[in-house]
Design a protein around this ligand. Structure first.
Ligand code: 1QQ
Length: 382
């Protein structure tokens, strides 16, 4: 485009006469928890998106068009996720939205994207039912339903556990869904539960529940928690002399646990994930090296999944003709996404269609198998 025409177009966009999608930039919304307790995950997620978008742009963008991220902090709160989704979709006119960080927020905000026929792509939502919201809802995060049975089976095989105590947060979509799936997996694998205890978001003292658990002498603790509560739970369990394995879900799968539960308190934590820092596949080594160089620290699963998600969307965009008509472009991106396959930091990836509550086809889940790791001296090892 000649510079005069470019200037005129920029003026028309600024004055609101022409939607921004007419520009050659492809605007993608990023709605993640960048402050508050869930920022433990959200900052890594944002870093993964930035790294991938920078790499894609440096390699020529999408058919010559540049990816531009519009990043918003949804604070890990569902009301804020709703606000941010509305801003990105209706004011910023983004082509699609990545996020939000927590399933708790996704359950509230994704219906807005669905109603606006705009893709909502979660890279960290693992609760049941998120992709039942509708056919514009995608995720590449592997669900608790897919991960937890494998995690339990591995710990059983490796430690010979005979029974477990269960501890979960009963006021969060993810921690409750983790509990439901743990319960089912324990029943299916015929592992008795010695006691089931609960906590709520914001709790800081878990000694009452842990003392009760200790009294039942379990072989392991099954824990469905986010880091904000899960890390102090590990610290207090170890203080009480409860040194049994802790079996966690996605919320406990972060290198932040080593800082939040220091001095060995984080040892013997078992989690399942498609991503491991130990995976020596070339795509993963490239990702880890590039992440370290850009952010001066090691990546985690959350960064790996957002990094891969950006490439998955880039693949879909390469097969989408961007016309500048936003509703048309949003629908075209949705239609191009389900058939994308991609081998990235988390290994080979493809989508699997989910059903809604009535059993009709809805959104898309990740079709990926987990690897189970255990923490040892500040590392997740396979
Ligand atoms: C969810 C999760 C959290 C651990 C996201 C960071 O898996 O809320 O679904």
């Amino acid at each position: 485009m000649q510079s005069k025409t470019k200037k005129l177009l920029a003026a028309l966009i600024a004055a609101g006469f022409v939607p921004a999608a007419y520009a050659a930039d492809i605007k993608l919304g990023v709605a993640e928890a960048l402050s508050g307790g869930a920022a433990q995950y959200g900052v890594s997620i944002r870093n993964g998106f930035q790294l991938a978008a920078d790499e894609i742009n440096a390699a020529g963008g999408i058919n010559g068009n540049k990816l531009v991220l519009v990043v918003e902090d949804e604070q890990g709160k569902k009301e804020e996720a709703i606000n941010v989704f509305k801003k990105l979709i209706f004011k910023d006119n983004v082509l699609m939205v990545f996020g939000p960080t927590l399933s708790n927020s996704a359950q509230a905000a994704d219906p807005i994207a669905q109603a606006a026929k705009t893709v909502a792509f979660g890279t960290s939502n693992t609760a049941d039912g998120i992709t039942s919201i509708g056919n514009y809802v995608f995720r590449n995060s592997v669900t608790e339903a897919d991960v937890l049975p494998a995690t339990i089976a591995t710990v059983k095989a490796k430690t010979g556990l005979k029974n477990v105590a269960v501890l979960y947060g009963n006021d969060d979509v993810f921690t409750k869904s983790g509990y439901d799936n743990f319960k089912k997996a324990l029943e299916d694998q015929k592992i008795p539960v010695t006691t089931t205890e609960t906590f709520a978001k914001g709790d800081v003292d878990f000694k009452a529940q842990l003392t009760k658990i200790k009294g039942t002498n379990p072989d392991a603790i099954v824990l469905s928690a986010l880091l904000a509560e899960g890390a102090p739970i590990m610290v207090q369990a170890r203080q009480l002399g409860l040194n049994v394995p802790v079996i966690g879900g996605n919320g406990m799968n972060s290198v932040k646990i080593f800082d939040l539960a220091p001095g060995g308190a984080s040892n013997n934590l078992w989690i399942g994930s498609p991503w491991s820092i130990e995976n020596k596949a070339p795509e993963n080594i490239k990702f880890i090296d590039a992440y370290k160089a850009k952010f001066n620290g090691s990546p985690d699963q959350f960064a790996a999944q957002s990094y891969d998600a950006m490439y998955i969307v880039a693949q879909a965009l390469k097969n989408t003709k961007i016309t500048g008509e936003l509703p048309k472009d949003r629908a075209a991106l949705r239609d191009a996404l389900p058939s994308v396959t991609w081998t990235g930091a988390t290994g080979p990836f493809k989508f699997r269609q989910a059903n809604d509550r009535a059993g009709k086809p809805a959104g898309y889940d990740a079709d990926q198998a987990p690897i189970v790791s255990v923490t040892k001296d500040g590392k997740y090892v396979i």
